[in-house]
Design a protein around this ligand. Structure first.
Ligand SMILES: Nc1nc2c(ncn2[C@@H]2O[C@H](COP(=O)(O)OP(=O)(O)OP(=O)(O)O)[C@@H](O)[C@H]2O)c(=O)[nH]1
Length: 381
């Protein structure tokens, strides 16, 4: 049913699980990107039809008995049972990797129920796991938002780090007139970029390396994680770039002073000055918990089209999160029933699959979303 890379080489083996409709969409789009050979994409779903449309080589249908291949019907309990039923296959896939990334949308049945279960299996096998999940749009209703919040809480009990990207925040960055399908598609591009950034960070050999052990040391602080990306254009103040990365509008508003660790990946031309490099470390140390472990990797990219690019992942954030999902005012919403039925999402998923097939050479979108250079360069090669 699946075939995972087992080659024993120096670079860590990364398994990227996309779970449920949203997770499978994201890794479908990710499968179009030039990923390192050490990263294996694994589509996991209860929905046989959606899985059949996946472009990933490794596909795992979970819970054949529990769901009959028809999805979990927005019931996280069903999603959990489905993953439990397929525990043996999940274990086998996790055992083959050194680090696990997992992505999906919280608020439905499969992702919300199965992602925390998969994270618990990884914890049992002592494999580090970083989750990147979305929370529903406000218009999806109070019920989905509540399911999503419960799912995130459960996930945090098992994952090393949980990066939450609220769909509303993703939408804020898009044109107000964007169609619903395009909003999902573009938000998947952002998810895709976060995952690509993560896998690249630990696969790349730089001048100052971030190796797997560094990465694990920082993500080992359980709790929320936040990730920001920014570019320093020529002549811009470095401080401004660092602040832009720390105040990434895509992420939940987290208080970084509670962060216990940070991984910083710097891409720069060979002109980078020692003082600039030091400045990044000093600024971050001022913004984070004084005891935070900060690791800064540096990769020289001679043909970089800006002075430098920063990717910051802050981990171990335990303080309450100001989340748009939590702030939903039930009184302003129509009756608390699920207005975003899974059937609608399925249709959207079909359209997204078609769209991701169409977009392989669509560099117009990429420049619009300011995809980091390491992604673009690989795509152009
Ligand atoms: N950004 C983004 N969010 C999505 C996408 N599809 C679904 N979502 C979000 O993820 C939540 C869960 O939807 P799905 O992933 O389709 O649900 P599921 O986990 O497959 O669960 P079931 O359909 O109940 O089996 C939704 O409420 C949306 O907020 C997508 O393609 N992109």
């Amino acid at each position: 049913m699946f075939d995972l890379l087992t080659e024993n080489n120096q670079t860590p083996r990364i398994a990227v699980f996309g779970v449920g409709g949203c997770g499978c969409n994201t890794i479908n789009q990710l499968s179009q990107s030039p990923l390192n050979d050490n990263a294996q994409l694994i589509a996991v779903n209860t929905d046989a039809q959606s899985l059949a449309a996946s472009q990933c080589n490794t596909r795992l249908q979970i819970g054949l008995e529990a769901t009959k291949g028809l999805g979990a019907g927005a019931n996280p309990q069903k999603g959990h049972e489905a993953a439990q039923e397929s525990e043996a296959q999940i274990k086998e896939l996790i055992a083959l990797a050194d680090i696990i990334f997992i992505t999906g949308g919280m608020g439905g049945g499969t992702g919300t129920g199965a992602i925390p279960f998969i994270a618990s299996v990884a914890a049992e096998l002592n494999k580090p796991l970083v989750a990147v999940v979305t929370t529903p749009f406000c218009f999806e209703g109070h019920q989905r938002n509540q399911l999503a919040n419960t799912g995130v809480e459960q996930l945090m009990q098992h994952a090393n780090a949980v990066i939450v990207l609220p769909n509303d925040k993703l939408a804020e960055t898009l044109d107000k007139k964007i169609t619903l399908v395009n909003a999902f598609f573009e938000s998947n591009r952002i998810l895709q970029d976060v995952l690509l950034g993560l896998t690249t960070t630990i696969s790349q050999s730089g001048l100052i390396n971030i190796d797997l052990n560094d990465f694990i040391a920082v993500v080992s602080h359980q709790g929320r994680a936040a990730m920001g990306v920014a570019k320093q254009v020529k002549g811009e103040d470095l401080q401004l770039t660092i602040n832009n990365a720390l105040k990434n509008p895509l992420l939940e508003e987290v208080d970084l002073t509670h962060a216990k660790g940070a991984i910083v990946s710097v891409m720069a031309t060979e002109d980078i000055e020692l003082s600039q490099y030091n400045n990044i470390g000093t600024t971050l140390n001022q913004q984070l918990d004084p005891s935070a472990l900060v690791i800064i990797g540096l990769t020289i990219v001679p043909e970089l089209d800006c002075d430098l690019e920063l990717m910051i992942i802050a981990t171990g954030i335990q303080a309450p999160v100001v989340s748009s999902a939590v702030q939903v005012d039930a009184a302003t919403l129509p009756p608390p029933k699920d207005r975003f039925a899974s059937l609608d999402l399925l249709n959207i998923h079909d359209l997204l699959n078609e769209k991701s097939g169409d977009s392989r050479n669509d560099l117009h979108y990429q420049s619009e979303l300011d995809i980091p250079t390491y992604t673009r360069q690989k795509q152009l090669n």
